[in-house]
Design a protein around this ligand. Structure first.
Ligand code: FMN
Length: 117
């Protein structure tokens, strides 16, 4: 199985958890790992065709990020808005990702009891 990990951390140099995951993934066969902050640059702009081809050539897509205000850092939203386009991920003909697995790998800082009912 080919795995694509999209790492969405604003600054991996200042990260403890996501950087260690990123480095471990980078050393693992069959895993492609992208630092979205580096790829998108300061304007968070993505080459849509290139990103879509990457999605199509992998079986499992992993969104890896630190939990920020019960959500994801903005670079992941920018990537989603630009890459998951009409006719590709939704709308007529937009079933290109059907059959792929989606995994969320999320680090948190809150204590365990923040995540109880
Ligand atoms: C802006 C911001 C918002 C955060 N919001 C949450 C949150 O809602 N829940 C939580 O458990 N931790 C929250 N945290 C803590 C981060 O999830 C935690 O620092 C991060 O997962 C650690 O990973 P890292 O070492 O890769 O940076 C927040 C941290 C920041 C900077």
């Amino acid at each position: 199985m080919k795995i694509l990990v999209l790492t969405a951390h604003p600054d991996l140099n200042k990260s403890r958890i996501n950087r260690s995951w990123f480095e471990a993934f980078a050393e693992t066969d069959d895993i492609t790992v992208l630092d979205l902050t580096r790829v998108g640059g300061p304007t968070m702009s993505f080459n849509v065709e290139e990103q879509q081809q990457l999605l199509l050539s992998h079986d499992r897509i992993v969104f890896q990020f630190p939990f920020y205000w019960y959500s994801a850092p903005p670079v992941l939203k920018a990537w989603q808005d630009q890459v998951l386009t009409y006719g590709f991920a939704y709308g007529p003909g937009g079933k290109k990702l059907v059959g792929r697995e989606l995994v969320l790998a999320i680090s948190t800082g809150g204590p365990e009891d923040s995540y109880h009912a």
